[in-house]
Design a protein around this ligand. Structure first.
Ligand code: NI
Length: 146
């Protein structure tokens, strides 16, 4: 463990404390650690250094829309190596929300998620990629226990 001392302008320090308060951080160290991990993870994902990842894909769809439900299920079966778990909830008479946990090569995970999000009838699609390879010491976020 290393201890870092940093200097911030008063305005930036106040904005940081406000951000911490809004997000419920108990202390500055944990807030800085999370900001750094996020930045490093995004760098590794965008540079291609993170070749492996896990991801959380979520979306809403109308289960009355012709063939959409079975098309989405087919996509997951076709990529059963990537789609390791799916949760489905019926949120209204016609709408469903699904969350799919993906794991695998970053490019393949990204392509799969983007394909699902682009399906006609899929709304509010979002994917969060979490690198599990590359990058310096902070370690994969998914190995941490709260
Ligand atoms: Ni449903």
């Amino acid at each position: 463990m290393q201890r870092l001392t940093i200097s911030l302008d008063d305005d930036l320090a106040a904005a940081f404390d406000e951000l911490m308060r809004q997000r419920g951080y108990a202390n500055r160290s944990e807030a800085v650690r999370d900001l750094l991990r996020r930045e490093l993870g995004e760098r590794d994902l965008s540079s291609g250094a993170a070749t492996e990842c896990v991801a959380v894909l979520s979306y809403v769809f109308d289960h009355h829309e012709r063939q959409l439900s079975s098309r989405l299920t087919d996509m997951q079966h076709d990529h059963h190596d990537l789609a390791i778990a799916t949760m489905h909830a019926h949120i209204s008479h016609q709408d469903c929300v699904e969350t799919v946990i993906l794991r695998g090569a970053t490019q393949a995970v990204k392509a799969f998620a983007e394909g699902v999000i682009a399906e006609t009838g899929v709304r509010h699609g979002h994917v969060q990629l979490i690198p599990t390879s590359a990058g310096p010491a902070p370690g994969p976020v998914w190995r941490r226990r709260a």
